[in-house]
Design a protein around this ligand. Structure first.
Ligand code: HEM
Length: 128
């Protein structure tokens, strides 16, 4: 799934970086996100960098992730992690909070949320 050129509307590289940083800071700090936090490595540096590169291309900006790692095949890449509805919902709540915290405008936020909802749901690989 690809979000037709929201990249500029979001605010480009600077704001996408800000979003990813806020997202992983929250995941790291808020106990309610511990369920997804514990699936990640202790050091989130690479997780931040990969999500940033992915979102750049996904929103219609430079295809940084694909250039470096090839096709995202996100569902396959998430298979090592048990993801059910609770993990999906935590990931999404964390992302919604990050989008609000950095002050994305409503229209951009709603559009992104639709893409995140669909993608996160697709990532589930557990019955519940
Ligand atoms: C549904 C709940 C999700 C969970 C629990 C989850 C969890 C994870 C974990 C544990 C990693 C590995 C981090 C690392 O290697 O440092 C990862 C990688 C990644 N995630 Fe997710 N994720 C979820 C949803 C999403 C969504 C919705 C997106 C995109 C919109 C996404 C994009 C990525 C990307 C691009 C990577 C790096 C893949 C790689 O190259 O290895 N994830 N995720």
């Amino acid at each position: 799934m690809h979000l037709a050129t929201s990249y500029e509307r979001i605010g480009g590289e600077r704001v996408i970086r800000q979003l990813v940083d806020r997202f992983y800071d929250l995941m790291d700090q808020e106990p309610e996100y511990f369920g997804v936090r514990k699936l990640h490595p202790q050091d989130l540096t690479h997780s931040r960098q990969k999500l940033f590169m992915f979102l750049s291309g996904w929103t219609g900006g430079p295809s940084l992730y694909t250039e470096k790692y090839g096709e995202p095949r996100l569902r396959t890449r998430h298979m090592p992690f048990p993801i059910g509805s609770p993990e999906r919902d935590q990931w999404l709540s964390c992302m919604y909070q990050a989008m609000l915290d950095i002050g994305l405008d409503d229209e951009v936020r709603k559009k992104l949320a639709m893409g995140f909802d669909q993608t996160a749901d697709f990532m589930r690989n557990q019955p519940e």
